[in-house]
Design a protein around this ligand. Structure first.
Ligand code: PEP
Ligand code: MG
Length: 849
């Protein structure tokens, strides 16, 4: 065995660290690795080594390998607080162990009831963390399975410079941390000292450790009320002592609370669920709505596969036949299917025909592997490659590959798919759901969907939203402990799943669902009317589209046009770029479906975080700040020219408007104008097309007066404007709750944009997520926005809401929001307005804990 390999120390599910509900682990403050959700209560050695650290609480263990790498395994989250209860050590500190030796036995049932999460981080410690070359995650693992491989040389801990002892400042501190210096404060110490030019040592009972070394600090075995001495040298010594003393002398806040709000269950021996009566899990809203129903738990269908094949020719033929059979079945199911489901089947068809997958599988068959083994191996490799892109949207395409893997393996092994049968009115609970499984379900009778994994832009989320099924994703591993039949309230407005709530909450939820259904029916009836405020002020409500199916739904829901066509969706999930003719045909179909209503076509917003395989971009350290939007189009001008010609050719002339993403100043617009004039000349168009720009960088928001001289309209992309204003990655799961476009800083930029645009006679639209948020809509209008472009499903609701408010009322709300000092404060104001207006969400909130 290589020295830089870790085997799984547990049987369970290997998950990405981001799923751990503790920022210290999820944010990799201690090191890099995976987290395992255990199915059995014994932790085994993942490699040969020596027990470097085994705290008295026995909830964690650190092994040191022969090459000096420290491996931390931390059983569950917040388990240090159990004081050793439920843990039994099989080894002692300093003992040499061999890979596979039992290290700690733990009482799985007891922990399940007592702690917020059993996810067990398995980490390579160090700063910088050793570089992983292989990471097995998002799959079941057995003890001893390959888990991690790493390559980087170990980090060298800086020696204290000569003269350190003499120059050092010292300070005595009594440690107030409830559980002493354990993993979390040790990681926080290193973080607190980051950027400071100081060497800091912590001395305790004759031993000392570098304060930046998490392992070193933990090894000191410091408990609460112990007195330690801090010594620091270097330019920032005083600041370093201050920071470290502050950290150690304050009681530790409950770190996971901000991320995961899971109520501890009463300790009843019969219960296995970690989320007890009245508990709640937080997730990401994939499809809005509220549902009440019993849990219907969907277990993963495991398909056993033999590795050796029975002859190269036989296996190759078997694979070809199986793929052909799946392809034929997909083509059959495409007949008569429309909308999002049809698009997903089409995507699966493209994947099953992918020559690269087939040639890799045939190569493995050539090495003597079975067809099933080879197919699974190449699919898993592709999934790893997608996930390595660290782009949420790409990683979510992995669901489609898993789906195809399953479909082909079922044919190869002669098994039939377990069609999930879910009782009418139930809420489906699963780790993840394959698009084909959802398509196969009677979605009309499903009350809701809750997934432990997944993302808001996955195909399953799109399908759920299209079918109007409330859905939460990324609820974490704790979801899988919910038992069949448990009563649930799925609040996909606030992003919460309430487990076995009290009668009052259930009653309130049921009443609210009934009221919402009546209300939505009324709203749909009047959705085709022109949108006006109660005082007659005209506000246009348009739709954000990604496809023809969206356009058809939008028109049915009363959209007054399209305020944003995200053309990049046409370019994703394919091997080559659509040519000019294909683009023109697709834009024309959408324009025709809109029946004369305006169609705002945004030029490609691709690159950086939305890579496409056939357009390799230079490697970027920070893709969100790199080549994306208009920058990519100007870097590949031929693509821009084709797209401009395709849009200009749409009939009738004038129905299409052009919108440019990620603009920062007039230079970019002037270059695009030159391309536009050239494109008009080439296709013989004389009529001018309206040209607008997205306001989604703080720079553009501050430059609207100058931009107004060059363009006809503005459309504010609040998703990116929020990301760039708050300096928070819009795809970061730990920051998701704080990434709120109602932050007053963002609102001030919107106000400034609308005011400057108005002064120069330009229209201002909003096409980012805020335009689909009922709490934000009145504020946007009050700030001076004339046009909202929303997801098609919310259009009737947005139109109905606006009809109840006057411009004066909207302005009052906007002024009040601008005067708040945080997004939370703005949301609190919104909740008060909702409550006063008897908005549905308010009723449930008032009875929840
Ligand atoms: C936005 O940033 O708000 C926007 C509408 O663009 P996208 O979400 O496609 O980046
Ligand atoms: Mg954007």
């Amino acid at each position: 065995m290589s020295e830089r390999v870790l085997r799984s120390p547990l049987r369970g599910w290997s998950a990405p660290l981001e799923e751990v509900p503790d920022p210290v682990f999820a944010g990799r403050m201690l090191g890099n690795g995976v987290a395992i959700d255990p199915l059995e209560g014994t932790l085994y050695a993942p490699c040969d080594g020596q027990v470097a650290l085994l705290p008295a609480t026995r909830h964690a263990i650190t092994l040191r390998t022969a090459t000096g790498t420290d491996i931390l395994m931390h059983i569950g989250i917040d388990t240090v607080g159990l004081g050793g209860e439920g843990f039994e050590a099989c080894v002692t500190a300093g003992q040499a162990v061999r890979s596979g030796d039992p290290l700690i036995r733990f009482d799985l049932d007891r922990l399940t009831r007592r702690v917020p999460s059993l996810l067990t981080p398995v980490l390579l410690l160090g700063s910088p963390a050793p570089q992983l070359t292989r990471r097995i995650q998002n799959c079941a693992v057995n003890v001893g399975d390959l888990l991690l491989e790493w390559a980087a040389p170990q980090a060298v801990v800086a020696e204290a410079p000569a003269g350190y002892e003499e120059a050092a400042l010292t300070r005595s501190v009594r440690v107030a941390l409830e559980h002493g210096i354990h993993a979390r404060p040790a990681a926080q110490a290193a973080a607190a000292l980051k950027g400071l030019c100081a060497q800091v040592q912590v001395h305790f009972q004759g031993r000392s450790a570098d304060a930046r070394s998490a392992t070193g600090l933990m090894t000191l075995g410091v408990r609460r009320d112990d007195a330690v001495e801090l010594r620091a040298g270097g330019a920032d010594a005083a600041a370093a002592l201050e920071a470290l003393a502050g950290l150690l002398s304050k009681p530790e806040p409950n770190a996971h609370r901000a991320v995961s709000r899971i109520a501890a269950a009463p300790a009843s021996a019969a219960s296995k669920a970690p989320v007890g009566a009245g508990g709640a899990l937080r997730g990401v809203v994939a499809s809005r709505g509220l549902a009440v129903g019993p849990a219907a738990v969907l277990r993963r269908q495991e398909i056993a596969v033999a590795e050796p094949g029975s002859g190269i020719d036989a296996e190759a033929v078997a694979l070809r036949r199986a793929c052909a059979q799946v392809q034929a079945a997909l083509e059959r199911s495409l007949d008569g299917t429309r909308g999002a489901a049809a698009e997903i089947i089409t995507a699966h068809l493209a994947l099953i025909e992918d020559p690269a997958l087939h040639s890799s599988a045939l190569a493995l068959i050539g090495q003597g592997k079975s067809a099933a083994f080879a197919w699974r191996a190449v699919i898993r490799q592709s999934i790893e490659a997608l996930r390595a892109l660290e782009d949420g949207r790409m990683a979510e395409r992995a669901d489609d590959l898993i789906d195809l893997e399953q479909q082909v393996l079922l044919v190869l092994t002669g098994q039939s798919a377990a069609v999930p049968s879910v009782a009418s009115g139930a809420i489906l609970i699963a780790h993840e759901l394959l698009p084909s499984q959802l398509v196969g379900l009677e979605t009309g009778t499903l009350a809701g969907i809750c997934l432990a994994a997944g993302g808001a832009t996955s195909h399953v989320s799109i399908l759920a939203a299209a079918a109007g099924i409330p859905a939460l994703v990324a609820l974490g591993a704790a979801l899988e402990h919910i038992r069949e039949g448990t009563t649930l309230v799925l609040d996909a407005e606030r992003g919460e799943l309430l487990v076995d709530p009290g009668a009052a909450t259930l009653d309130a939820a049921r009443r609210q669902i009934a009221r919402t259904a009546e209300r939505r029916a009324r709203e749909r009836l009047s959705a085709q009317r022109e949108c006006r405020l109660a005082d007659g002020t005209r506000i246009e409500v348009l739709a954000n589209l990604g496809s023809l199916a969206d356009a058809e739904l939008a028109v049915r829901n009363g959209a007054e046009g399209c305020g944003l066509l995200r053309t990049e969706f046409l370019f994703l999930e394919r091997q080559t770029a659509p040519d000019e003719a294909e683009q023109r045909a697709e834009y024309q179909r959408i324009a025709t479906a809109l029946a004369g209503r305006p169609l705002t076509v945004r030029t490609l917003d691709i690159g950086g975080d939305k890579p496409i395989p056939y357009l390799p971009l230079p490697a970027e350290e920070n893709p969100a700040l790199g080549l994306r939007g208009i920058r990519t189009s100007l870097w590949r001008e031929a693509l821009l020219d084709e797209q401009l010609r395709a849009v200009l050719a749409v009939e009738p002339p004038g129905q299409c408007r052009l919108l440019l993403p990620m603009i920062t100043d007039v230079t970019e617009i002037r270059i695009v104008r030159a391309h536009l004039e050239d494109a008009c000349r080439r296709i013989g168009r004389t009529a001018a097309v309206e040209l607008g720009v997205m306001i989604e960088t703080p720079a553009s928001a501050l430059m609207v007066d100058s931009l107004a001289r060059e363009v006809d309209f503005f459309s504010i992309g609040t998703n990116d404007l929020t990301q760039y204003t708050l300096a928070m990655d819009r795809g970061h799961s730990l920051l998701a709750a704080r990434l709120d476009g109602l932050h007053p800083a963002v609102l001030r930029l919107i106000a400034r944009t609308a005011e400057a645009a108005h002064a120069r006679g330009r229209r201002t639209a909003v096409c980012g997520g805020l335009a689909s948020d009922p709490q934000a809509v009145p504020i946007l209008v009050g700030l001076g926005v004339h046009e909202l472009s929303c997801v098609p499903a919310v259009i009737p609701q947005v139109k109905a809401l606006l009809a109840t408010l006057t411009l004066e009322q909207c302005r009052e709300r906007a002024a009040s929001a601008l005067a708040q000092d945080s997004a939370e404060a703005v949301r609190a104001r919104c909740a008060a307005w909702d409550e006063a207006a008897g908005e549905p969400a308010a009723a449930l909130r008032s009875v929840q804990p």
